[in-house]
Design a protein around this ligand. Structure first.
Ligand code: GLP
Length: 263
């Protein structure tokens, strides 16, 4: 596992955007580059930088297919807290050559969630899997909506959200945890970790415990992010603030081996 420590949020986002852009540009195959994407506040700076590069003609999304991680169950597209709305508002609407038919987001209004999730897995497989999955992380270490104790080999399915997550996400729902949907559709931990590469963004003091669990803890379904340790091409991009719970040795180790990435 690589851990890229950047001074602050903006530098973390710039590093992650450049990393993704380089991978897309290096993809010379005819089949599309398949990119997994998250919502949340963490990736917003990455989306801004990728859109800037796209508008400047430095990066094309014409041959990119995207799969989003998750969606609240019961929220229609036009709801301003649906992840469909978030992705269009913060990213897709700002790209000049992203094809609408290449955007895949789980449908939170489906009347057959099981089928919706099975179809999603099949669609990912039809493209030959995901090349790079970018993700964020919850304060409890959840990846997508895979709350603590979700199987580390789980596939796309319905997830019940914990009280903790509904409280944390209530900041987007008028600070009312009851207004946060209690269920979501989410790719599984196994879906994310089947990707050829995984890039996880971890920033801010409130993610420090999750970062330490992902990097230094044992692999455990209590911290679903810890499954990263078993992926052979996992990268964590983080900021200084998120490093507060790492041991000094761990922190220095990653700074040493990734020295060039900090310049
Ligand atoms: C939600 C999403 C996750 C995301 C997490 C963290 O729970 N389902 O995919 O990683 O929020 O969000 P933020 O980046 O705002 O801290």
């Amino acid at each position: 596992m690589r851990v890229i420590i950047q001074d602050n949020y903006d530098k973390m986002c710039k590093w992650a955007a450049d990393y993704i852009a380089d991978k897309i540009r290096a993809h010379k195959e005819e089949r599309p580059f398949v990119l997994g994407l998250p919502t949340g506040s963490s990736p917003i700076g990455v989306y801004k930088e990728l859109a800037r590069q796209n508008q400047a003609g430095e990066l094309s999304f014409a041959n990119v297919v995207t799969f989003n991680m998750d969606e609240y169950l019961g929220l229609p597209h036009e709801h301003d807290q649906s992840y469909w709305y978030f992705m269009h508002d913060n990213f897709f609407d700002h790209l000049v050559d992203m094809k609408a038919e290449n955007i895949n987001i789980l449908n939170g209004m489906t009347d057959d969630p099981e089928k919706e999730c099975a179809d999603y897995e099949a669609r990912i497989a039809s493209y030959g899997g995901i090349d790079l999955f970018m993700g964020g992380i919850g304060v409890d270490g959840h990846i997508a909506f895979n709350e603590p104790f979700t199987s580390l080999s789980s596939r796309t399915g319905v997830r019940n959200l914990t009280t903790d997550t509904r409280i944390v996400n209530s900041r987007f729902f008028g600070n009312d945890p009851e207004a946060v949907p209690s269920q979501a559709l989410s790719v599984g931990v196994g879906t994310v970790f089947d990707s050829k590469e995984v890039l996880i963004l971890i920033n801010g003091h409130n993610k420090a415990r999750a970062l330490a669990a992902a990097v230094e803890g044992g692999v455990s379904q209590k911290w679903t992010c810890s499954a990263l340790q078993q992926h052979n091409a996992a990268v964590i991009a983080c900021d200084e603030a998120a490093c507060g719970e790492l041991t000094v040795d761990t922190y220095k180790y990653f700074l040493d081996i990734e020295k060039a990435e900090r310049l």
